[in-house]
Write a protein that binds this ligand. Structure first.
Ligand SMILES: [Zn+2]
Length: 359
């Protein structure tokens, strides 16, 4: 039988060191793939290296970084833990693992890694600031109460916020089914909401005063008399839940206009607010200027930034359909280039969409 002989040849070639399976481990190529943003290629190469050199901490570090950038959080965590088991002083693994744990809500774990990091590198100002922020948050949350619904957990300060916390859970469950249903995808695992007084919110998030809420792995909302304006409270919760949902599909690499655009589309039942903003200012901002954070925008452009993002995303959903937009997010999560993924899923080049969507 011919196939048996070819199997034997491949096995022999591997034994003799001349077959493809016997190629020398090549860490340099794996790191280069990572630097160049070829994430899936890098992940495959590091997986192979880990198989061949299981006791080399750097290959586990590389595998952890690649998995993290691809949004494969459990795999990234396991790889970084292994890197630190093999090399307890490997500071880049401590930084990334600490950040991942904080994002997952394991503040005590994150604090432990950063304390060890700062024992080795006491002058790391970014790490000092981050550790300080986590300790503040941990101390605050230790006094908080907790309540839960099927898909959400809420943390809040005391009995005075009990009714608000229950209402927040109801509003979030409504948003979960409405927005998940519209996009045909639901987040896996419970999402945590933290309700703060205004000052606590600024202390923990270091967010600008205008922020009505934030999602950074948890939904964080300053209460500020929320029940007096329930419509606004529901809007902020739906907005931040949409960010949580997008994050669960694509933890990284989503352009800001699309993240904020989806949150703006789903925060209300209609787009009147966005249309009014554009009509009143009489101009739109190019999507290219809205790819990164909105923090650099002027106060006037900030509202317009949300409105334009919302209207462009509404046009995108109408033109391509929700499943294609979700597929685009999944492509980004898998490390694909944005423009290539956009052309593939939306069926027109991004530059053409950006130049024509508002017509
Ligand atoms: Zn937002």
């Amino acid at each position: 039988m011919p196939w048996t002989s070819s199997v034997v040849i491949v096995a022999l070639a591997a034994l003799l060191g001349s077959g493809p399976a016997a190629a020398q481990p090549n860490p340099k190529a794996a790191w280069e793939a990572l630097d160049a943003g070829r994430l899936q290629d890098a992940a495959d190469r590091f997986d192979d290296l880990v198989y061949r050199m299981p006791r080399d901490p750097m290959t586990h570090l590389g595998a952890g970084i690649a998995a993290h950038r691809l949004g494969r959080v459990p795999k990234a965590r396991a790889a970084l833990e292994e890197a630190l088991r093999l090399a307890p002083d490997l500071t880049p693994a401590m930084v990334l693992l600490g950040d991942i744990l904080a994002r997952e809500g394991d503040l005590l774990g994150a604090i432990a890694h950063y304390e060890r990091l700062l024992a080795l590198e006491p002058d790391d100002a970014v790490a000092v600031e981050r550790l300080d922020r986590w300790r503040t948050e941990q101390a605050l949350h230790e006094q908080f109460r907790q309540s839960a619904s099927p898909n959400f957990t809420v943390l809040f300060e005391g009995p005075a916020e009990e009714a608000l916390a229950q209402r927040a859970l109801e509003l979030l469950e409504t948003a979960f089914w409405r927005i998940g249903g519209a996009l045909g995808v639901y987040p896996a695992g419970a999402i945590t909401l933290v309700l703060y007084t205004g000052q606590q919110f600024q202390d923990v998030t270091r967010s600008p005063a205008w922020a009505a809420g934030l999602f950074d792995g948890r939904i964080r909302i300053p209460v500020r008399g929320a029940l007096e304006n329930e419509e606004e409270f529901a809007r902020v919760l739906a907005h931040e839940f949409t960010h949580a949902l997008v994050y669960s599909i694509a933890p990284r690499r989503v352009p800001h206009w699309l993240h904020e655009g989806l949150a703006t589309v789903f925060e209300r039942d209609d787009m009147t607010w966005s249309r009014t903003q554009v009509q009143e200012t009489g101009r739109i901002l190019p999507l290219g200027a809205l790819e990164g954070s909105f923090r650099g925008l002027s106060a006037d452009d900030l509202k317009l930034g949300y409105a334009v993002s919302g209207l462009a995303t509404e046009a995108l959903l109408a033109q391509a359909g929700a499943p294609s937009v979700v597929a685009l997010l999944q492509d980004l999560a898998n490390g694909e280039d944005f423009r290539a993924a956009f052309a593939h899923r939306i069926l027109i080049p991004f530059d053409e969409f950006a130049a024509t969507w508002w017509r």
